[in-house]
Ligand binder design. Structure first.
Ligand code: AKB
Length: 316
């Protein structure tokens, strides 16, 4: 029998594309998209959509009962840059939404949960290169703290109450449909839009800031693969390291210049530089590769080609 899925935060950068993919896999009517607002609604309204506040336990519970939901993807969150501006709001949204979903699963209403963590769980004391799965995690952002604590709670709910919760630590995600909002890695999306629209881009990170990144197709593949894996293959119930590519603003600019020789980049680091400097440059994701056969498809060159093709169509 197909799962009946609720996506909370379906109108965000990842939520929109996840909604489309899950509807392809499970059938349009089996995937209810929800968000607190209707930004990007055109990307998710080919199937059921409800307005839902991720901080409202009763609203989530009623939505699950009314739609016979057995699986939740909790994609709502305030990201790293916005979280620094609104620390208490980030804590409130990121933690309460997770508790609501974990408690529904503990009560038996929900059978399976996906909750994204992030490379933001790492901090300045973490080994920067090839960051191991199990290592020092002393995050310095509110967002990172919520993700680190959330990971501990996911593992706790699994061990203590048998909740089938699965999670991956997303790197920066690059996509051409919905824009990201409020992250430190957002520059790597903006740069393509500005390349097509203006032929130039001013980066808010310095030219040698090397961060782990991933094309959206790979992020969606990782998400659907971990959720489809047999439960006994999921040995880590906090969150899996996940990796594809790492690059700097200068390297992404070079990859754009290879296709658009007149493209110009300049650098004006702002408060997000300190956040980026606290994160790793590359991630060791061998546990995800071993446990549930994760592999990525996109490198910087073919990601740039695809981004430019798609955005040329969008802005023509
Ligand atoms: C951010 O930059 O805050 C996010 C993330 C790495 O989790 N994209």
């Amino acid at each position: 029998m197909s799962s009946k899925i609720l996506i909370i935060g379906a109108c965000g950068q990842i939520g929109t594309e996840l909604t489309t993919k899950l509807r392809e896999i499970h059938g349009v009517d089996n995937v209810v998209a929800s968000d607190i607002n209707t930004r990007n609604l055109d990307l998710v309204n080919a199937g059921p959509f409800v307005i839902l506040d991720a901080k409202n336990f009763n609203a989530i519970k009623d939505c699950c009962i009314n739609n016979n939901i057995d699986t939740i993807y909790l994609m709502a969150a305030l990201l790293s840059a916005t979280g620094e501006k609104y620390p208490m709001e980030a804590w409130d949204l990121n933690m309460n939404s997770l508790f609501h979903v974990l408690n529904l699963a503990k009560g038996g209403q929900i059978k399976k949960v996906f909750w994204p963590s992030s490379i933001a769980v790492f901090g300045p004391t973490t080994p920067k290169e090839n960051t191991p799965q199990h290592t020092i995690c002393e995050p310095t952002t509110v967002y990172g703290i919520t993700k680190q604590v959330g990971e501990r709670w996911c593992e706790y709910y699994h061990n203590k109450y048998g909740v089938d919760v699965r999670s991956i630590r997303y790197p920066g995600i690059i996509s051409h449909k919905a824009m990201p909002g409020g992250g430190t890695t957002d520059y790597a999306v903006e740069i393509y839009h500005e390349a097509i629209k203006e032929g130039k881009y001013e980066s808010f990170l310095s030219k040698n800031t090397n961060l782990p990144m991933m094309f959206m197709d790979d992020a969606i593949k990782a998400t659907t693969t971990i959720m489809a894996a047999p439960s006994e293959k999921i040995n880590i119930r906090s969150s899996y390291n996940l990796s594809a590519i790492s690059f700097t603003p200068q390297e992404i600019a070079e990859s754009i210049k290879a296709e658009m020789p007149n493209f110009k980049i300049s650098y004006k680091p702002d408060f997000r530089q300190a956040i980026a400097d606290s994160w790793p440059s590359s991630i060791d994701d061998s546990e995800a590769r071993n446990d549930w056969n994760w592999s990525h498809d996109f490198n910087l060159r073919n990601m740039t080609s695809e981004m430019l093709i798609q955005l040329k169509k969008k802005y023509k």
